[in-house]
Design a protein around this ligand. Structure first.
Ligand code: 5CU
Length: 362
């Protein structure tokens, strides 16, 4: 059995340099008297007075590939498909984006090459650059031995993923057969968490804001007809598609009852179920059997892939040497759901990823 982790992040050294050079979000710095570096990336994290709410500690597990391999060995993971973590290059001025993307992508590909067959990567796109520069990078990534697609947030060129200016990007991804790993970062407007939000650490934005952001982004994509236009486009959705598996029926029903869509003949032509089973792949980073079974029900047992979200969600202080709860919970959900149906479990744990992402040697 091969175990593949398709949701696992790094901030390669070139990106760390960038974060250390900044003093607005996203950035990395120490807060004296502590000498520990902290990573501040999420909207709103900067304003907190509490040291444990101000981002998170960042150490070599975030940027040193040998730590990734050690983590994989500890958790019996054979192959990882690493991706740059949020917020990718979204914040860069247009003039720097294309060159930085090339630097980071070359770095990722070369780092994977140091561990042949154990590491692959999703490349990153210079989304603040021109569409021509973005599509050029997509085509360049296709020629790299260890790259298997791209990682992207939900903001696209600034107006979200249903922006028609992104059509050449979707076309280039479809044409080159590269998967787009869609990952949240921006969450929901902070007001929705209410005046007591700071008392609850990162729980509301991470547990709910992230998956709802993904759900809304994919719903907008479906509504815009992108999957009618690009039937070969493949998206891998983080966190099992957010709440999409649960809400797909409601989305489909509301579309069917919408007079405006009917009058303007603008309803998506393909059903959500068809898109789910042909264009969407869901990760298994959902931490429960209930969520995992829903993901398999809607996308199919052959389109759900194991992931860890490493190096996020590490053990809390005092438990650093233990297997990571965030990983064992996902293993347990797979075992509890499909322990008796080994074909399904083995598919989710690794075989699906090997097949869908073509993880033979580079
Ligand atoms: O803990 C966090 O903030 C995160 C994050 O930013 N990105 C991610 O993928 N997981 C957790």
């Amino acid at each position: 059995m091969t175990i593949v982790d398709i949701h696992t992040h790094v901030y390669p050294p070139a990106y760390m340099d960038l974060l250390r050079s900044r003093d607005t979000v996203p950035y990395v710095r120490t807060f004296p008297p502590s000498t520990e570096e902290r990573l501040i990336i999420l909207p709103g994290e900067d304003s907190s007075n509490s040291s444990t709410a101000r981002g998170r500690p960042i150490g070599p597990e975030y940027y040193d590939f040998s730590y990734k391999i050690a983590f994989m060995d500890q958790h019996k993971i054979d192959i990882s498909v690493v991706s740059l973590a949020n917020p990718w290059l979204d914040f860069l001025p247009p003039s720097e984006a294309a060159e930085t993307a090339m630097l980071i992508n070359d770095d990722m590909d070369a780092s994977c090459g140091l561990y042949p067959g154990r590491l692959y990567a999703f490349g990153t796109l210079p989304l603040s650059a021109s569409v021509e520069e973005i599509t050029e990078e997509i085509r360049r990534l296709k020629g790299m031995p260890w790259i298997r697609g791209v990682v992207m947030g939900t903001s696209g060129l600034g107006n979200g993923l249903d922006d028609e200016r992104l059509n050449p990007v979707y076309e280039a991804l479809e044409e080159t057969g590269q998967t787009m790993f869609l990952h949240p970062h921006y969450g929901l407007p902070t007001e929705v968490y209410g005046p007591r939000a700071s008392e609850y650490g990162h729980v509301l934005p991470l547990a709910l804001g992230f998956p709802l952001e993904t759900t809304i982004a994919v719903a907008r994509l479906i509504l815009s007809g992108v999957f009618d236009k690009y039937p070969g486009l493949t998206l891998l959705l983080a966190h099992s598609g957010g709440t999409l598996p649960f809400l797909a029926g409601r989305l489909e029903s509301v579309i069917a009852h919408d007079a405006h869509l009917k009058d303007t003949n603008t309803a998506p032509k393909r059903s959500i179920w068809d898109v789910l089973s042909k264009n969407l792949i869901l990760d298994a980073v959902v931490y429960s059997s209930v969520g995992l079974k829903a993901a398999v029900d809607v996308a199919g047992a052959d389109r759900v892939l194991f992931g860890t979200d490493h190096p996020f969600f590490p053990p809390l202080e005092g438990e650093e040497d233990q297997p990571w709860l965030s990983v064992t919970t996902n293993y347990k959900a797979i075992n509890d759901s499909f322990g008796l149906e080994r074909g399904i479990a083995e598919g989710v744990l690794g075989d699906n990823a090997v097949r869908l992402l073509n993880l033979g040697f580079g």
